[in-house]
Write a protein that binds this ligand. Structure first.
Ligand code: ADP
Ligand code: MG
Length: 353
């Protein structure tokens, strides 16, 4: 009998479509080379022991007795809790986690952890779960156990995205299509050095503002507001009008980005990145001065088509679109210039070193 199972799941960078997933809208993530890897060994009884290279100390709990502690272990406890709620029978196990996805950088270390652990559990206990179901279980754990009210993008990306392609996902229907990345461009991902935590309140506040805007407009979700209705948004009190305008225009930008990708029109795609960043900064208010500086430094590079904050915001990483073959050179130039001007310690993550 096989007693040990290995599994992995990647981090992701969202090309465009930010804060649209919990509004029923469109997103366009692609995996990054950095991954979370787990090794699961079945144990005895109901005990779960977890050790992560990225956490200060090992921890343990009993299946069926999951209780939020307010730290990293909640992501694992939340998964076995969600599996239990869904009627799956597990037995105790030991889990070893290691990851090179930076934590709290908007590159979805949380979903990489969730999907890697779920894949290992699925294999070890021969559970009948497809990849979309894994994504839903990860989201359930994060929403209802950890308390971060994220949408489904990150878990779908970690579970279903393929390297070299973007996952164009309708987060309402969960219909998706993989679109090859444009041959005429290189992607660059740089962590600004400023970390966020989405379990913190700001992300949940934005989500509540979007729900309030949708209800004031009399629609189930902001997905249901068409770009032709932008005039109505101006009548909403602030900040609700601005928040809604970001979501409605961002959904439209995802659809335009898909057309640009398919046409290999990287100049247009870069322009959409720039517009998306301005909308996140001015209408959605999820950027910070360091990230704005990093985007400005990137856009000033002559080999760059555009740049934007990626992920939930309040710090984290930027995604930059550069001319094909120029990604490494431009990435190094931008990282160096930003470090000098900001005093932060940025990391060039893509192209990977
Ligand atoms: P992001 O998903 O953008 O990296 P989140 O705030 O959603 O940021 O999730 C980060 C949190 O997920 C960390 O603070 C930690 O609690 C947990 N986490 C992610 N990866 C690991 C890991 N390898 N080991 C331990 N905890 C992890
Ligand atoms: Mg996350």
């Amino acid at each position: 009998m096989v007693r040990s199972t290995r599994a992995a799941a990647p981090g992701r960078v969202n090309l465009i479509g930010e804060h649209t997933d919990y509004n029923g809208g469109f997103v366009l993530p692609t995996p990054i080379p950095q991954k979370t890897r787990v090794e699961l060994a079945r144990g005895e009884g109901r005990l779960v022991r977890v050790r992560s290279d990225q956490a200060p100390a090992p921890a343990e709990y009993a299946l069926g007795r999951e209780r939020p502690r307010g730290d990293w272990l909640d992501y694992v406890q939340g998964l076995t809790w969600a599996l239990g709620e869904a009627g799956f029978e597990l037995e105790g196990f030991n889990l070893r986690v290691t990851s090179d996805v930076p934590l709290g950088a908007g590159l979805s270390s949380s979903a990489a952890l969730e999907i890697a652990v779920l894949r290992a559990i699925r294999a070890a206990f021969a559970l009948d779960l497809d990849d979309v179901r894994l994504a839903r279980l990860g989201q359930r754990a994060e929403n209802d156990f950890v308390g971060a009210r994220c949408g489904i993008m990150d878990q779908m990306a970690a579970s279903l995205a393929d390297a070299g392609a973007a996952l164009f996902l309708d987060t309402r229907s969960l219909e998706f299509r993989r679109i090859a990345l444009p041959p005429a461009a290189d992607l660059i991902v740089i962590h600004s050095g400023v970390s966020h935590a989405i379990a913190g309140g700001d992300y949940n506040t934005r989500r509540a503002e979007c729900e309030a805007a949708a209800s004031a407009l009399g629609v189930p979700q902001l997905r249901d507001v068409s770009p032709a209705d932008l005039g109505r948004l101006a009548q909403l009190p602030e900040p609700f009008g601005s928040r809604a305008r970001h979501v409605v225009t961002e959904n439209q930008r995802v659809l335009e980005a898909v057309l640009a990708l398919e046409a290999n029109d990287v100049a247009r795609l870069g322009q959409l990145f720039v517009e998306s960043h301005a909308s996140m900064r001015d209408d959605f208010d999820v950027s910070v001065p360091q990230v704005d500086l990093l985007v400005d430094v990137a856009c000033a590079d002559e080999r760059v088509f555009g740049a934007r904050l990626t992920g939930g915001g309040f710090g984290g990483a930027v995604v930059v679109l550069a001319a094909a073959g120029e990604g490494r050179g431009a990435g190094e130039r931008i990282t160096r210039a930003y470090a000098e001007r900001s005093g932060e310690r940025p990391t060039l993550l893509v192209p990977a070193g």
